[in-house]
Design a binder for this molecule. Structure first.
Ligand code: BG6
Length: 493
């Protein structure tokens, strides 16, 4: 497999919140990697904006230190870090005030009237409460123009009403074609491969429906806890933090109809149709949990309550649910979703469990399993097709499971030097490709489906069940499957 780098146009990228955690951990490393790969022009400009009154020199030093921390190998293996840093500028702006905007306007090369082909993008790596104000200031100070792009990251509201208000606020300054809503799961190599698996192979499509598929399991398990993000997380919980966005995207890509072409609106139209077909979920089809304090191999760690510093918290760090999609393709094939923190291991996968053969001609065997297609997203990216085979040797017809393995780990990781999702997504913004970004109606539809579920918890004063850290979640989640005569896939690294 050969990696092909398609260079992007020259750009001015303004990063608001440039001294923050996301910028240092993800955005600057992503840009540096694309710089090393020579995908971005050598003189593409990055303008950091934050409230802190630091000099440009000190800001570059800060970026340098963080690159050394977050991508030490890349820094060691290349000698062009200084060239990258030379393209970084810094401007201090308190976004509530009017100081600094004129400087930013002057620093931008791109302008509406000249056809200089310099793409202008604004990455708002700030608290979502600031999205609206920054968007309007960019307009008010004549910095953004009708070709500019604005990049924002979740949470896009906390319910349908706030998501609609946010979208409306952004739309007063930017059109929908200018807005790039990041869901970093869509930038993952394996998530994109899911679309290729489904739509570039004729093999699966005839089987991809409720006639042949018994059920689907989507798991995004993490072994980490809330990791210093307790204040944010406790207001969100697994439902808002993971299900509304990442798991919803995985469900859409698995369940959607084939789009007519790989075009932003064609793909997003099909995703919205899936979300709009989701049936309301009964509370009896949901299990919520909170992790307990742990001491795994002498490594002691606090409970969810301790991590979020709220002993009365009723927010879930785990959720499992059975979801029905009310359309012709999927009626009768439930999708089971689960995600949680402090689980046995980090493991994200989509398991397609096919139906049993209609009639078995061989003697009944405990080894017999329905076929399954396991799409492992991370870690150890691969696709496994579990089939039945004859156990080798004489002495009768004994069946055994044989796994056909398509292992992408070597091909992707070694040869393509796997890119972080942010690398692909930022380059897509510069290219003007919105396919991997969420559209306003998609976000709103997801909230509309989720809101009644969360309201139900509040009305019932619903308390999540405790679960052991390092486990597969609360036992009741097992029951969610057992009562349907099914079982979860193992959570394994
Ligand atoms: C983020 C969530 O969007 O995704 C985090 O806010 C979560 O809580 C993270 O840990 C998981 O992302 P990944 O790429 O590590 O699977």
């Amino acid at each position: 497999m050969v990696s092909r780098i398609i260079p992007v146009d020259n750009f001015d990228l303004v990063v608001f919140g440039a001294t923050g955690d996301l910028a240092m951990r993800k955005i600057f490393p992503a840009l540096y990697h694309r710089f090393i790969a020579q995908q971005m022009p050598a003189d593409a400009r990055i303008i950091g904006v934050a409230r802190s009154d630091v000099s440009e020199e000190n800001f570059r030093k800060l970026v340098q230190e963080n690159l050394q921390k977050f991508c030490p190998q890349s820094v060691k293996q290349h000698d062009n870090l200084q060239d990258f840093l030379n393209n970084i500028q810094y401007i201090s702006i308190d976004v509530h005030g009017d100081k600094g905007w004129a400087l930013l306007q002057k620093a931008m090369r791109a302008d509406d009237d000249t056809d200089n082909n310099i793409v202008q993008a604004f990455y708002l790596s700030v608290n979502p409460s600031l999205f609206g104000i920054i968007a309007s200031k960019l307009k008010q100070h004549h910095i953004a123009h009708k070709q500019s792009r604005i990049i924002i990251e979740k949470p896009f509201g906390t319910d349908a009403a706030s998501a609609k208000a946010l979208n409306a606020a952004l739309r007063t300054s930017f059109s929908e074609q200018q807005i790039y809503r990041i869901d970093h799961y869509l930038g993952k190599e394996t998530v994109q491969n899911l679309m290729v698996l489904r739509f570039a192979n004729a093999l699966w499509e005839p089987l991809w429906n409720s006639t042949h598929i018994d059920h689907v399991q989507i798991t995004v398990a993490e072994n980490i806890g809330v990791q210093g993000r307790g204040e944010y997380y406790d207001k969100s919980g697994a439902m808002r933090d993971m299900v509304q966005n990442h798991l919803m995207q995985l469900l859409c890509l698995t369940a959607m109809e084939p789009p007519s072409r790989f075009h932003p609106d064609a793909v997003r139209n099909e995703k919205v149709k899936v979300i709009e077909s989701l049936e309301p979920v009964a509370q009896t089809d949901i299990v919520r949990g909170q992790y307990l304090a742990s001491n795994i191999n002498g490594d002691a760690d606090g409970s969810y309550h301790q991590h979020v510093n709220n002993p009365d918290s009723m927010t879930e760090s785990y959720i499992a649910m059975k979801v029905n999609i009310g359309n012709w393709r999927w009626a009768g094939t439930p999708f089971y979703l689960r995600t949680g923190k402090k689980l046995r291991s980090r493991c994200s996968e989509i398991a397609i469990i096919f139906r049993e053969p209609p009639h078995m001609i061989f003697p009944k065997s405990s080894h017999q399993r329905a076929n399954s297609l396991i799409i492992r997203l991370q870690p150890n990216e691969k696709i496994d097709l579990h089939t039945m085979a004859k156990e080798a040797g004489l002495g009768g017809m004994r069946l055994t499971e044989a796994v056909l393995n398509m292992n992408f780990q070597d091909t992707i990781n070694n040869q393509l030097d796997v890119q972080d999702a942010y690398e692909r997504l930022i380059m897509d913004v510069i290219r003007g490709s919105q396919t991997l970004f969420m559209r306003d109606d998609e976000v709103e539809a997801a909230w509309e489906w989720i809101d009644p579920i969360i309201d139900g918890w509040h009305k019932a004063n619903h308390r999540p069940l405790p679960y052991e850290a390092g486990s597969a979640g609360p036992d009741d989640a097992l029951m969610l499957m057992h009562r349907d005569g099914r079982r979860w896939q193992e959570i394994e690294p």
